[in-house]
Design a protein around this ligand. Sequence first.
Ligand SMILES: [Zn+2]
Length: 91
Amino acid sequence: MVRVDPRHTSTDCHACGHRQDMPLDVREFACGGCGLVTDRDVNAARNILQRGIALAGWDIGSLGRPGASESVLEPHVAGLPGQDAERYAAD
Ligand SMILES: [Zn+2]
């Protein structure tokens, strides 16, 4: 287990590092730095993963780095945005 600093994990862009203040009720992360648009929780999860990888000192090539191939991580997050959309639609 690796403990990571959770501060700004949902407000820092996992792709470019741009930080933007967002009220908690805004669930979509739309980066003002690079234009990335993704689910807020998915962005936070990727930041946590990147911090954990950095703290662990793993040498895993480009995985977890900004601009890394999304395909490596996709199986772990596939379906999340769609599930959220369905949940919100049912509310
Ligand atoms: Zn960005």
